[in-house]
Write a protein that binds this ligand. Structure first.
Ligand code: IMP
Ligand code: MG
Length: 171
């Protein structure tokens, strides 16, 4: 991979913001939190965030795909992996890397809601607000970003660049 990646959000800024979010979340919840990490993109974020939350965190994973190998969403969601925990009457927090059109999170939110959790909230590291198609409430947002295709810290371009410690964009 030889693309030139420009830094948009530095490693330090990401880590500082995760500390803030973890403090806010720890204050908002009294009991255990079932954290549902949306694979693969949110994995780096969810793990770092969970380590700094003071509540007991039960970690679970889901996987859906909507993008294939291109930079544009297909708009269609394919279900790839379901949660393994029983979330009925639990406080559930969906952790996502980025909310773009909102189609993915809207789908996940509605699906998880059918399992009757006590509460269901969303935390997304990034928010590309201008691109929103679904009206969806994101309770915790790391950074609002402009309409650029970003990579790093879990986010990929055709599976590349996830392990960059910062968030950047391909020039
Ligand atoms: P949405 O359904 O349009 O909100 O898209 C959400 C999903 O698309 C995210 O979970 C990401 O996996 C992917 N995605 C959206 N924008 C980007 C980006 O800029 N870089 C990498 N992945 C992205
Ligand atoms: Mg994702």
């Amino acid at each position: 991979m030889k693309d030139k990646i420009k830094i948009l959000i530095s490693e330090d800024k990401i880590q500082e913001r995760i500390n803030d979010l973890a403090n806010i979340i720890s204050n908002d919840y009294k009991n255990d939190i079932v954290m549902i990490c949306v694979l693969k993109g949110a994995s780096y974020f969810a793990i770092d965030l969970s380590k700094r939350i003071k509540n007991n965190v039960i970690l679970d994973f889901m996987k859906v795909s909507s993008y294939g190998n291109s930079k544009e969403s297909s708009g269609k969601i394919e279900f790839k992996l379901d949660i393994s925990e029983d979330i009925k009457d639990k406080d559930v927090l969906i952790v996502e890397d980025i909310i773009d059109t909102g189609i993915t999170l809207n789908y996940l939110y509605n699906y998880l809601q059918t399992k009757a959790p006590k509460s269901l909230k969303i935390c997304s590291l990034l928010d590309k607000k201008e691109r929103r198609k679904e009206n969806i409430i994101v309770n915790y947002i790391g950074f609002e970003i402009e309409d650029k295709f970003v990579v790093g810290y879990g986010l990929d371009y055709a599976e590349n660049y996830r392990n960059l410690p910062y968030i950047g964009y391909v020039e």
